[in-house]
Design a protein around this ligand. Sequence first.
Ligand code: NAD
Length: 389
Amino acid sequence: MHQCTQSEKNIESLLMLPSVFFAGPNHMMMEVWNPLGVVGVITAFNFPCAVLGWNACIALVCGNCVVWKGAPTTPLITIAMTKIVASVFEKNNLPSAIFTAFCGGAEIGQAIALDTRIPLVSFTGSTKVGQMVQQQVSARFGKCLLELSGNNAIIVMDDADIPLAVRSVLFAAVGTAGQRCTTCRRLLLHESIYQTFLDQLVEVYKQVRIGDPMEKGTLLGPLHTTASKESFLKGIQNIRSQGGKILLGGSAIESEGNFVQPTIVEISPAAPVVREELFGPVLYAMKFQTLKEAIEINNSVPQGLSSSIFTRKPDAIFKWIGPHGSDCGIVNVNIPTNGAEIGGAFGGEKATGGGREAGSDSWKQYMRRATCTINYGSELPLAQGINFG
Ligand code: NAD
């Protein structure tokens, strides 16, 4: 009786893995995943360490080194995070250079985008900059993972739990001063509940406490920079010039810091400004008659990050999450567009870039796959009919 050698036993155990295939007598085929090498991570100001974690943890577990560039306005977080990570490596007798960080702006981002030693660049930021980075990385045949701008809608149907939807819209549109990629920017209301809903929303908006976000009870802190405040004011001008009616807010607050009022606007979905991401607490309210129309409005913008519907009707829920429903990467039901971001695959379609961080198979983006066929015999079946002497 044939006694298995150790190598045959090894091969047999490999054959039990799902990615190992039989490839003919004395041949086996398997898919091997290897690290990419160095992964570049460029992050936005508004998630100065979470986005790094979503990328760097998987990249490192997959055996890569990481080069990180944080936002130029959040250097202290970049330095603090890097020190924490370095201390873990040092405690485990590993070189801390496995994880390297830079403080700086566009010039460092450019250096990462153009460097052929960095096969994957994970970029989180605006669509405008992300598109440029993607073109540069693609031109050198590198890979890009893009997490770009959002323009997220909440649809409220006529049968929705209105108090739940009002709470959710407030949290999604005003929380973090509207400076999340998943902030709700468009509110689509069924015509039969339009006025009731807006009246209730305006009432709760009036109770929002604006101030130091470190103080308990504050819901609305300042915008990140003076430039953010200027962009809010320019956005309000555009809204007015395109026929938008300001129902509440619409001004900056005269005080130290970049505080602005939480703002609700009544506007047509056809107004060009509605297609853009205005990075502040500005909510566009719109009316619809049918679910089909609401889905069309939801899908009519260039971005495709997050979306939510409030309804109890199973037919509406399954239409919404199906092929003729929301075209976004995040498609929620009876919860806001934000707040449950990570755990599943996170990311969006269209001008949001198509990238996915976390979730079931995201690790594959941080690795390269080799298909290996191993001949452990001495036959070459494809060489039949030729006499090699
Ligand atoms: P941004 O595009 O201005 O900057 C993002 C990063 O890119 C920064 O680190 C910046 O220094 C760098 N950068 C700037 N110019 C560059 C260049 N030419 N080459 C390479 N890198 C360059 O974005 P921001 O204002 O910091 O962040 C807000 C934007 O990020 C919003 O649009 C928001 O929706 C988006 N965002 C998206 C997600 C997501 O997961 N989809 C998460 C957070 C933020």
